[in-house]
Design a protein. Structure first.
Length: 558
């Protein structure tokens, strides 16, 4: 099979102008409309758009047409609203055609093919970043009874267009693995037409097409392409359209070893461009379909984002230590321990070998001289990490306007490799003017304020009750450093699971050689599910969070 014309690669300082910028993990209906406006305006009439129907909630569903050739290729993306990788791929392909109209890739594809593209079939689900439509129905399980307007629309388009090829574009779980310890970046499937997987000319051609995609990407992700783990599913549209005699290929974007969504989009862009070129030239029939048939299935055991394997786990529950793994996942901005024990079958996108080492919850440290408007420097953070500290608690004087302003304007991510929070000193609050008192009270309501320091002011209990904050006695904070940190941690960790290495617990972990937790023994410090410190050096500088009452204070003392 002759190679497709290569896409000209620009140096990093001159990125391809057709690349979709911004968040590649969430495409709303409004964003797709903006991208559609842009590519159509830049196409000088070469890209046609038409509204072909509406979703349950009345959002428009559009079809884009580009090309002038006799071979009809139909493709659709985001029939599951939270699966947007190929939506980005589609707009990057259209952008390439606009920006490089005279390139061999553009000419050969558009001279031979007419592409009929539905970039977003499920706009209601996309708006919610959810799989199903607004009625809670999985559109891709509605091919038989057609109870969703989106499903009826897709079937009508297939019957009207009578395409020569079809691409059903999805995302699978980003932690799906193929083989032991490798993430499946691409999964391919030629949907069967019946339970017996009867082979036809159409399914044979579909396998040739899938083999082209495989050949285009396998060198970039060796061992990370799988056959999608599914058999005949009569409720699904891939099977329905394959039964119509249309060679249909399901393409699932998975995960990337480093978690880089840009690399994943580029991988699937290159695979799709090569596949369209092979269809345009007819070279797809020269591909080795046996290579597709030999693909291993995706594994039922999913990878973890981070696996700490084989360590002696001191889980903070007062029970005896045990040897096992800690599987850590990061979902929707929250990192937690997803599994504990023998996790060998799962593997991880990143694996830390903790054999012979000790895993403990991250340390909690109270430093009264740490204030909201005087955040620690990077060197100070590195020093704290080297001691196993993952959460730093300081003091906020609610009478100090600058401190109150600083804590009020803190974002969820604090820009440090540590979690931070504050205990509030409210002494003298009632002596303020009404305006200044209101400003101070707004500081107490800020998410980074975790407790109130008791003092001579009788209003303390009232404020503590009002804001749901624990009270810390002054004498507790005059103890030696380790004791006062322990006392404060007990006050601020009432919720079950915090400060423990148990299921659902926050993913803040120290990994060290046996013995006391000192810099010489420490190997890794994990903060919010990422390695923040390793081998004496800062590894991830900005993943710390501003701790929130009742939700994110996640550490216990040692």
């Amino acid at each position: 099979m002759s190679p497709p014309p290569s896409n000209t690669r620009r140096p990093p300082h001159d990125p391809e102008p057709y690349r979709v910028s911004g968040d590649l993990t969430w495409f709303t209906h409004g964003r797709v409309t903006e991208l559609t406006d842009a590519v159509c305006a830049a196409s000088a009439g070469q890209i046609q758009r038409r509204t072909i129907g509406h979703s349950v909630e009345g959002r428009s569903i559009e079809r884009l047409t580009v090309g002038r050739g006799p071979v009809k290729v139909m493709m659709w993306s985001q029939m599951h609203g939270d699966e947007p990788t190929h939506t980005a791929v589609i707009f990057e392909l259209l952008g390439l055609f606009n920006h490089e109209p005279d390139s061999a890739a553009t000419r050969e594809v558009l001279d031979a093919c007419t592409l009929e593209i539905i970039p977003m079939l499920n706009p209601d689900g996309a708006e919610r970043n959810q799989r199903r439509n607004a009625d809670g129905i999985d559109i891709n399980r509605d091919a038989r009874h057609l109870q969703t307007p989106e499903g009826r629309l897709l079937k009508a388009q297939a019957e009207q267009l009578q395409p020569d090829f079809a691409f059903n574009l999805h995302n699978q779980h980003r932690r799906t693995q193929v083989g032991s310890g490798k993430v499946a970046s691409v999964s391919l499937l030629t949907p069967p037409i019946d339970e017996a997987d009867t082979q036809t000319e159409s399914t044979a051609r579909a396998k040739h097409v899938a083999a082209v995609f495989l050949e285009a990407v396998h060198d970039r992700c060796p061992g990370r392409v799988s056959r999608y783990d599914a058999d005949y599913m009569p409720r699904s549209f891939g099977e329905m359209i394959q039964q119509m005699g249309v060679p249909t290929v399901l393409i699932e974007a998975g995960g990337w070893q480093t978690g880089d969504d840009r690399e994943l989009v580029t991988l699937h862009f290159d695979g799709m461009l090569a596949t369209l070129h092979a269809i345009a030239t007819g070279d797809y029939l020269k591909s080795d379909r046996a290579a597709y048939e030999a693909l291993p299935r995706s594994d039922e055991h999913r990878l973890f984002d981070l696996l700490i394997d084989g360590g002696e786990i001191h889980n903070g529950c007062g029970t005896d230590p045990f040897v096992g793994g800690l599987g850590i996942n990061r979902d929707m901005g929250v990192s937690s321990i997803a599994d504990v024990g023998d996790l060998f079958e799962n593997g991880g996108l990143q694996v830390l070998d903790a054999a012979g080492l000790v895993c403990r919850p991250g340390r909690f440290l109270y430093v009264p001289e740490f204030f909201p408007n005087q955040l620690p420097t990077q060197d100070e953070c590195v020093n704290l990490l080297s001691q196993g500290v993952t959460s730093l608690i300081g003091t906020i004087d609610v009478i100090d306007v600058d401190q109150v302003d600083a804590v009020e304007h803190m974002n969820e991510h604090c820009g440090l490799p540590l979690h931070i929070g504050f205990v509030a000193d409210c002494y003298g609050l009632r002596e303020l003017t009404k305006y200044d008192a209101a400003h101070a009270v707004s500081g107490l309501s800020a998410g980074g304020v975790l407790a109130i320091i008791a003092g001579a002011d009788p209003w303390t209990d009232s404020f503590a009750d009002w804001f749901g904050l624990p009270v810390v006695a002054l004498e507790d904070l005059t103890e030696p450093e380790d004791d006062r940190s322990a006392t404060l941690a007990r006050k601020l960790n009432p919720a079950r699971g915090r400060g423990r290495l148990t299921l659902g617990a926050p993913a803040d972990v120290t990994v060290a050689a046996p013995g006391p937790l000192i810099p010489a023994n420490l190997r890794y410090v994990i903060v919010a599910g990422k390695v923040a410190w390793a081998g004496g050096e800062l590894a991830a500088p900005e993943q710390g969070r501003v701790l929130r009452r009742g939700r994110s204070l996640q550490h216990a003392p040692h």
